[in-house]
Design a protein around this ligand. Structure first.
Ligand code: SF4
Length: 236
């Protein structure tokens, strides 16, 4: 049976900007990188095979509130039929919905995917724009999606803050924020730019394997001495 322990009785202070300097990031993110194993998050996998901004954008939209394996299969089914704005605009909303089912909110996502395709054709010559403001103006696109398109689709440094990045950055004591969008702003202030793209993949895998949401595996964590364990009541 798994044994659970209580977290630190008194919260440790957050890190100061002097403490989280370049050697700190190299050491901590290096150790996390050596520890995580397995497959990349589905959108990264799709971006690695073919880092086309449109495919990254569409599969990120599919991934919202959807498990990784569902996202991956749904994206591949859809891309077999269409993986350009022209091809996507030729499909009906219903066809897109049936291809991406059972992704969460598949009807709303299919509408967004088709509407975005039409906007890209009409306003951007069939290309995905490579600036954040234009991406954020597209239907269904929030900061997380825009930053993933910039980072994976265009290799423009941007931090994609999902639930794992938000949780771990706060637990570690790097930042103190309530919302992922605030975490993104704070992380861009303190994290060296060359880690902006890889931090998402590192912390998503770390959050799935070690620093899990409910009862993190602190006894297996190679960065336990560099972590403030903020808000960790129970750990394994
Ligand atoms: S020590 Fe625990 S809370 Fe901190 S990063 Fe490691 S697993 Fe997460």
């Amino acid at each position: 049976m798994r044994s659970e322990k209580e977290g630190p009785s008194k919260p440790l202070p957050l890190y100061s900007s002097q403490e989280i300097n370049r050697p700190y990031w190299d050491r901590v993110l290096g150790k996390i990188g050596e520890t995580v194993r397995g497959t990349l998050p589905s959108v990264s996998e799709i971006g690695r095979d073919n880092p086309d901004p449109f495919r990254v954008l569409v599969s990120t939209l599919i991934s919202l509130r959807t498990r990784d394996e569902v996202t991956f299969a749904a994206s591949l089914r859809l891309f077999e039929k269409a993986d350009t704005p022209e091809g996507m605009a030729d499909l009906s909303e219903e066809e897109i919905a049936s291809l991406i089912y059972p992704a969460g909110f598949y009807k709303m996502k299919s509408r967004h995917i088709r509407d975005i395709s039409l906007i890209l054709l009409k306003e951007y010559g069939g290309q995905v724009p490579s600036d954040r403001e234009s991406l954020l103006a597209l239907p269904g696109v929030g900061l997380k999606t825009a930053n993933l398109v910039l980072s994976l689709g265009f290799r423009i440094p941007a931090i994609c803050v999902d639930t794992h990045v938000h949780r771990i950055a706060n637990r570690m004591g790097w930042i103190s924020t309530n919302k992922p969008d605030d975490s993104e702003r704070e992380l861009t202030r303190i994290l060296p730019v060359d880690y902006w793209i890889p931090i998402n993949e590192l912390l998503v895998l770390y959050g799935q394997q070690i620093c899990t949401p409910l009862s993190p595996r602190c006894s297996l964590c190679p960065v336990v001495t560099s972590c403030r364990r903020v808000g960790v009541d129970k750990y394994r």
